[in-house]
Design a protein around this ligand. Structure first.
Ligand code: ADQ
Length: 456
């Protein structure tokens, strides 16, 4: 019987913040097994050490990032180096020694705090790119616990990794985990390619990698959503989330405002659709995109670009009773969002690179299976690996997206139903509850020793 579960994420979910499927699934596991969730608190708390927050049947321990840590570890190395690097935007990578130093030092400080609360039988589940050195730091501090990582974003290509100041250190960080969980089979292949290029690594038949005196398992665990909960939210949601201003026919887009989501391409494609295909049809693109990471320059630029584009397209096509693009620059409550998905004729996911993309899954689950809308999905979103019955598009090709919009809006009912059924099966297979259970079972099964299979 494994010990407690310790979940570590960059940010701890706080009261009042909308609880996404991931937070709910991890709450459930923590409640069942007992354990601790550790993460940075966005606002307050003492400057040093962990402090307890909230009242859950498990412990929630927060820490505070100093201003300098926030700038170098979070905005700097995490979001101005690793995020663009993993999303094939090496042109946006900002290499600065203080970013790398802040990243390493903050992870080290966090490891020291974790070491004060972890017990030998505890299993530690680390989330995402902010915390890649954590297992290596914990090993240095003498911890021999099972430690797993789940990377929510794409695993970078080997050529992109070589941009990092110290690629061998990156491989060593990752090899210090027992289990590396990735979103897709393609991510797994890229991760193994990195290890293959490293003379320190040897390979076992079951896919484990021997690295120094450690054994690390690399496997994909495609993340999903809480299917039943989201379906009932959509079925019971407000039938008029637009408050009387519901467009007659609309396509929905829901994204954090991020340059990886291909929003300018999407807006241009919708403009091209109106120009070339729409005829007398007057669909709306309802785009919900709350700002994120606004202090990073690349995010400021995309905000301006989208405002300019939506203004231009609306200027060209709008009529007294029709605004083609409704661009909503703030988050909307999940129950309203579910209703907005349900009423849409199509959903556009145009990510240029994306770990999974949960919006694609939420849209499918929210549909009425008797009269479903159509998912237009980027080939470069992790979700496309299994949702092959969506209308797959090349997000760089505006003409391809425009054509897909036309096809989606004219698709016969029987084809919509068939595609929806197939997408739904893919979404159900990756329910977030199953995802958590499978990941934790795999972590538990990790050998942690080197006495297992034969070398290839
Ligand atoms: P994100 O990049 O944040 O996540 P995504 O998977 O699409 O992307 O999840 C976004 C979530 O936020 C969805 O649940 C969506 O409903 C919600 N959301 C977005 N905009 C919203 C709005 N305006 N109002 C309300 N809710 C909104 C990262 C990776 C992804 C990966 C996830 C999970 O980048 O590739 O799928 O983690 O692993």
């Amino acid at each position: 019987m494994p010990g407690r579960l310790i979940v570590v994420s960059n940010r701890i979910p706080t009261e009042g913040a909308s609880a996404g499927g991931l937070a709910v699934a991890l709450h459930d596991s923590l409640r069942e097994r007992g354990g601790i969730w550790i993460g940075a608190h966005p606002d307050d708390g003492p400057e040093e050490g962990l402090f307890e927050i909230g009242s859950e049947p498990y412990q929630r321990l927060a820490f505070r990032l100093s201003r300098a840590e926030y700038d170098s570890y979070y905005l700097g190395f995490s979001n101005s180096v690793l995020w663009p690097l993993c999303h094939r935007r090496s042109d946006l990578v900002q290499l600065r020694p203080d970013y790398a130093e802040g990243y390493v030092a903050t992870n080290r400080r966090l490891a020291e705090m974790i070491a004060t609360v972890a017990e030998p039988e505890d299993q530690i589940w680390v989330h995402d790119y902010h915390l890649l050195p954590l297992a290596s730091d914990l090993r240095d501090l003498g911890l021999d616990n099972k430690i797993g990582l789940f990377l929510h974003i794409p695993f970078p290509a080997l050529a992109d990794l070589s941009i990092l100041p110290d690629p061998p250190a990156f491989a060593l960080w990752l090899a210090s985990f027992d289990l590396l969980g990735l979103q897709t089979r393609a991510d797994t292949a890229r991760c193994l390619e990195m290890f293959r290029s490293d003379p320190r690594a040897e390979f076992f038949q079951d896919g484990s990698v021997k690295f120094g005196d450690r054994l690390v398992r690399v496997k994909s665990f495609p993340i999903g959503i809480a299917v039943d909960a989201f379906r009932s939210l959509a079925e019971t949601s407000d039938s008029d989330p637009f408050g009387g201003e519901r467009p007659q026919e609309y396509i929905i887009g829901v994204d954090r405002l991020d340059y990886t989501k291909g929003l300018p391409h999407r807006f241009r494609a919708f403009g091209e659709y109106l120009q070339r295909y729409a005829g007398t049809r007057r669909p709306c693109l309802v785009q919900v995109a709350p700002p994120s990471r606004e202090v990073v320059e690349a995010y400021r630029q995309i905000t301006e670009e989208l405002e300019e584009l939506s203004g231009r397209i609306n200027g060209q096509h709008a009529e007294l009773d029709w605004t083609p693009i409704r661009y909503i620059h703030r988050p909307i409550a999940r129950n309203r969002l579910a209703g907005v998905y349900r009423g849409a004729r199509a959903c556009m996911v145009t990510s240029l690179a994306d770990g999974m993309n949960l919006v694609a899954k939420e849209f499918v689950v929210a549909q009425d299976p008797d009269d479903p809308g159509v998912l237009i999905l980027s080939r470069f979103a992790g979700a496309a690996e299994d949702m092959t019955d969506a209308l797959l598009i090349n997000p760089y090709d505006v003409g391809d997206i425009a054509q897909a919009i036309d096809r989606a809006l004219n698709m016969p009912l029987h084809e919509r139903r068939e595609r929806h059924r197939a997408c739904m099966a893919a979404v159900e297979a990756t329910d977030v509850g199953t995802w958590t259970t499978q990941y934790l079972a795999a972590l538990d099964a990790c050998a942690g020793t080197l006495s297992v299979p034969t070398l290839l």
